[in-house]
Design a protein around this ligand. Sequence first.
Ligand SMILES: Cc1cc2nc3c(=O)[nH]c(=O)nc-3n(C[C@H](O)[C@H](O)[C@H](O)COP(=O)(O)OP(=O)(O)OC[C@H]3O[C@@H](n4cnc5c(N)ncnc54)[C@H](O)[C@@H]3O)c2cc1C
Length: 381
Amino acid sequence: MIFDTTFETEAQIEIRTLARKFAQERIRPIVEHDEETGTFRRDIIRELGNLGLTGIPVSEALGGAGLGYQEYIGAIEEIAAESGAYAVSVAVTGLPQVILEKQGNEAQKQKYIPKLASGEGIGSFVLSEAGSGSDAASLRTTAVRDGNHYVLNGTKLWITQADEADVFIAMARTGGPGAKGVSAFILEKGMSGILMGKREKKMGMNISHTMEVLLENVRVPVENRIAEEGDGMKVAFAALDSGRITIAATALGIARSAIECASRHANLREQFGKPILEFQGVGFMLADMLNEYHSAKLVVQKAAFLKDQGLPFSIQAAQAKVLATDMAMKVTTDAVQILGGSGYTREFPVERLMREAKMLQIVEGTNQIQRLVISRALKQD
Ligand SMILES: Cc1cc2nc3c(=O)[nH]c(=O)nc-3n(C[C@H](O)[C@H](O)[C@H](O)COP(=O)(O)OP(=O)(O)OC[C@H]3O[C@@H](n4cnc5c(N)ncnc54)[C@H](O)[C@@H]3O)c2cc1C
């Protein structure tokens, strides 16, 4: 089998198989239409929740599946193989769960995690602003203490599924400049002053809406602050470390889909009297695509393994994110090439997969920022 599961346990294969079956039956038939029209179906997240796939790494006591990232990446890969946007949606709904399970207090965990883990609720991660993307710690949204509340004001940009979200984790400035002046807060749908601005018109991933979010005098109870004042960037960075593994898994699914489509086409399409696979220029391209997919996958699995073991995994998560998303960009571009003129049309999914792969090189820390993280680890004292 060219896409074997050699290193996976029975539990991992079971979760992967469950996610694959659902994604092929439920998402595959609607994905092209919904990408074209920008239609997000909440039902799909609910149904994924019913299968236990929206809270995989969260403890059973909080409504999750009580499994690890090694199971999580298999499910995300399978969903991404049919729709990058739904894989991102599951991953982003996972972020508040992972944050709160690790850094939230007991009341916050009980109040917010079960709804998200069950797929009833949708999560959102609210960090970026027009002036602060890679340099996230320079954010300008303010949170000013007023008795038992904080009052939040500012404008956030590029926020995934904010228009659908029930629970938002938002970073805002409570102190002076830099990372130490930032705190993290839980916001809920329906709080007065959370307003949706423009919805971005994007290159791809149109099922997943990317929103401007205006925070206008949003009164957030003090009990909704996560950890201490000034811990906001620690909360955000820890979440991004975990998020990078799921983005890498999304890249694996997109790449695998492109390889499957391109190899099918290379077998069927004949030129000069034989299948184009038999031309070394095409056959070797496919062999390289497969090799690069498998080597990236090993690094993603390693990052997930380290996280599950409770070992340091930040550098490996950054490596997984860079290797898998750069691989997906290259593999999907080559897949378009192998399909020739057909590859450039919407008759086949490879052009969509190529547009989806591009997003992954940008989000959760651009690939330049990942290289910065990795190169810093090489610094000698
Ligand atoms: C579809 C989509 C969904 C998103 N969803 C979310 C979300 O849900 N929540 C959220 O908070 N944000 C979200 N983002 C924002 C995303 O995290 C940022 O776009 C990303 O962090 C990059 O920030 P920026 O766009 O401001 O680019 P910039 O930081 O302005 O970077 C521009 C270029 O400069 C490079 N660069 C910057 N600094 C350095 C450096 N020190 N060394 C080398 N190169 C550097 C970058 O790599 C990039 O190539 C989303 C973005 C997109 C496109």
